[in-house]
Design a protein around this ligand. Structure first.
Ligand code: HEC
Ligand code: HEC
Length: 315
């Protein structure tokens, strides 16, 4: 059966991969926007605190973000890309992002102190001066990161500005929707439709949908694929490793259009309420995903989908 699984091995492979000793990616240089970042320019953390942060960083973050914050499987935490993502945002947001979500999928959260220390280290690496006082929760309100000159172009149109990285978008929509379609291979949508009430928990194999069950779930999954695939072309989206999604490449567009086509074909098949008809488009859908993954996701060292090689502009 065709199931697109999460590419965990890609992350693990990348973590094991040799870390690049590349040049320290451009520091978060002050850009003359002193008015918006006065506090930062005066120093909002101490050198000792940044040193503590550095230790936690090397221990818990460097595998994914690079020894010099240059990015690896995770996005860079220094340089232009980072500055533009965090342009003019409250410092508290950065500390919260670290505290609440990093290290990604870690069993135990960081302490608040560690999160503040890590933010101090990121500031130090970005070229902001140290002072005597430490960065504390009490001091956070009122501190903002500097406005990046290029940020408004990408973030200007709120309605279309992406907030998911590409991997998140794939996991959020393409992954569950495809597996709901693929499920027709092992289960007839007309059989064993769950009762409309009752607490059956969400499970792809159990059908994935209890509110719009049976064939309607296949309809909706096919529509989700066809309608959402163009989001792969949205400008301004980054991949998990911080690279821009290669939306300007002709083959990228073709691979995306192939998913739209496969989604439409799956919808037509589902509308016919024929299992055989859906089985006929399963390969088309699988190929539409796999053809692009081969080039842009899973290529790289030993062909093992090393995260650092994803989304290259010159695959
Ligand atoms: C297993 C890999 C992994 C580890 C370990 C990890 N991160 Fe991340 N980090 C990611 C990924 C992937 C993203 C992008 C997705 C997201 O924002 O959740 C990210 C995003 C971030 C962001 C937001 C960057 C941006 O451009 O918006 C910050 C800040 C961050 N991580 C800090 C840290 C810190 C500090 C640590 C160590 C305590 C850490 N991360 C450990 C994978 C990791
Ligand atoms: C136009 C190219 C393209 C197409 C088409 C495409 N993908 Fe992807 N996919 C990628 C890239 C590139 C990544 C890595 C994204 C990143 O690292 O941010 C990815 C990542 C993923 C992931 C996350 C893997 C992980 O790291 O955990 C899943 C799941 C996924 N894709 C599913 C699908 C499915 C299902 C389809 C078909 C319906 C599909 N993709 C179609 C390019 C594509």
């Amino acid at each position: 059966m065709r199931v697109i699984r999460r590419g965990r091995r890609a992350v693990r492979g990348a973590r094991a991969a040799v870390r690049r000793a590349g040049a320290l990616a451009g520091a978060l240089v002050l850009t003359g926007h002193a008015a918006q970042s006065q506090d930062l320019a005066e120093g909002v953390y101490s050198a000792e605190q940044a040193a503590r942060g550095r230790e936690v960083y090397q221990d818990q973050c460097a595998t994914c973000h690079g020894d010099a914050l240059e990015g690896s499987v995770g996005p860079p935490l220094a340089g232009d890309g980072f500055r533009s993502v965090w342009s003019a945002r409250p410092m508290a947001d950065l500390v919260d992002k670290i505290h609440n979500t990093m290290p990604l999928q870690a069993p135990a959260p960081l302490s608040r102190q560690e999160s503040l220390d890590l933010a101090a280290y990121i500031l130090e690496a970005g070229g902001f001066p140290a002072a005597q006082a430490e960065l504390t929760d009490a001091a956070l309100p009122g501190i903002a990161l500097p406005a990046a000159p290029t940020a408004s172009a990408a973030g200007g149109d709120l309605a279309v500005a992406p907030i998911a990285n590409l991997a998140q978008l794939m996991r959020a929509i393409a992954f569950p929707a495809s597996n709901i379609v693929f499920n027709v291979q092992i289960k007839d949508p007309a059989a064993d439709v769950p009762p409309p009430t009752g607490a059956r928990s969400f499970d792809f194999v159990e059908w994935g949908s209890t509110v719009y069950p049976g064939w309607e779930a296949i309809d909706l999954a096919a529509l989700a694929l066809a309608e959402s695939a163009p989001l792969f072309l949205a400008p301004g989206r980054r991949c998990e490793n911080g690279r821009p999604v290669p939306v300007d490449r002709a083959d990228w567009r073709q691979y995306t259009e192939a998913v739209v086509e496969a989604g439409r074909a799956a919808f037509r098949a589902s509308q016919s309420r024929s299992v055989d008809a859906v089985l006929e488009v399963v390969d088309q859908l699988n190929d539409a995903c796999a053809n692009c993954h081969r080039v842009y996701r899973d290529a790289g060292a030993e062909g093992r989908g090393v995260g650092t090689d994803r989304c290259r502009q010159d695959p």
